[in-house]
Design a protein around this ligand. Structure first.
Ligand code: TRP
Length: 342
């Protein structure tokens, strides 16, 4: 059972990224290890070139992201952690997969529609092909399970269609051979949806949120505390620390406290039944977030300073990744009639 996921090197990672994805990578790594398999994680620098970006900044953000993953507990000896651009089999497979990808399907992707509307200078062909590159990421490794956010459902469905169509088209006559594994998406169950502290009806986000409303993983403890103390709540009098439709801000703080103390929101509400006001909830949330992130912040500070060591870890990852992807590519080329007879 092979687990695969990819993470964007863009933006500064926040608490929503950590609770929704990064900490699940570490559990995925342990599950894979227990099953005698390796989980695979990719920092997708090639995907980051599909919208306007600064080259020097991309390299820096890629190092930041790798250091965050290592600091969170990904172990390059137990898992495969690689940078997408280090594995040329992936862009090659992207091109080959375009042969079985419908232009009309790509045109229907929500993310393409949204992101292309945001571009000022150029809607790149890369943005259009983004989902094919993502399919190649996963299919090059014959991964079984792909943990992703809810917003990636359409991309996962397309990836499955591409694999099925590839096998049907190139898998031989009669019962088609499974040249490419058809992967399954794994979506967050308890919606660990962390909302913006200043606009709690919106998801916490690197691209659209405010700095004050976003809890960055690398903020220091004081900044985290300040942001939580200033979080939007409501003016109910007397204040009630319960979740509710008219109480988006308070509900979010309860969810944050629950997620960072491994409790259910109901348990958190019960524990604060005697609190005097929202201040108690905010202080408890700040303490819990800081306690959860303290080890990550400490390790990050040690790791990020040593780019040579990060490159070394990535070189090991790239070598392991290419060893898996190369034979898959050889089979794909052979089946498609590309290159010499195998
Ligand atoms: N598109 C994904 C996102 O924005 C990132 C990604 C790229 C990915 N390649 C992947 C996720 C392969 C899972 C598998 O979140």
């Amino acid at each position: 059972m092979r687990v695969y996921s990819g993470i964007q090197p863009t933006g500064r990672k926040h608490l929503g990224n950590y609770l929704g994805a990064i900490r699940h990578y570490v559990t995925g790594q342990e599950e894979a290890r227990a099953a005698g398999d390796e989980a695979i994680f990719c920092v997708v620098d090639l995907h980051a070139t599909t919208v306007a970006y600064d080259p020097a900044e991309l390299r820096d953000r890629t190092y930041d992201t790798v250091a965050i993953l290592l600091a969170a507990g990904l172990d390059p000896a137990a898992s495969i952690l690689y940078r997408q651009g280090d594995v040329p089999e992936v862009p090659e497979l992207t091109w080959l997969l375009t042969a079985v990808t419908a232009h009309g399907d790509l045109n229907r992707m929500h993310q393409f529609k949204e992101k292309s509307a945001q571009q000022r200078e150029l809607v790149s062909a890369g943005l259009f092909l983004y989902p094919v590159l993502m399919a190649a990421d996963v299919l090059a490794f014959r991964a079984d399970r792909v943990p992703v956010g809810d917003d990636q459902r359409q991309h996962i469905e397309l990836m499955r269609d591409i694999a099925l169509r590839f096998n049907a088209r190139f898998g031989g006559d009669g019962e088609p051979r499974e040249i490419l594994r058809v992967p399954e998406g794994v979506y967050p169950t308890v919606a660990a949806r962390i909302m913006d502290l200043q606009a709690p009806e919106r998801k916490m986000s690197t691209s659209s949120g405010s700095i004050e409303g976003t809890l960055y993983l690398l903020d220091d403890a004081k900044t985290t505390e300040k942001k939580l103390k200033r979080a939007v709540t409501d003016s109910e009098n007397p204040p009630r620390i319960v979740r509710g439709p008219e109480k988006a801000g308070v509900s979010n703080l309860i969810d944050i406290l629950a997620a960072t103390t491994d409790r259910t929101p109901d348990e958190v509400e019960a524990s604060l039944a005697d609190a005097r006001g929202y201040g108690d909830l905010k202080v408890a949330a700040a303490d819990a977030v800081n306690a959860t992130l303290a080890p990550l912040r400490e390790r990050y500070a040690e790791l990020r300073g040593d780019e040579a060591a990060i490159e070394e870890a990535l070189a090991v990852g790239a070598e392991k990744a290419r060893a898996i992807a190369q034979p898959v590519l050889a089979e794909v080329r052979e089946a498609m009639g590309v290159g010499p007879r195998g």
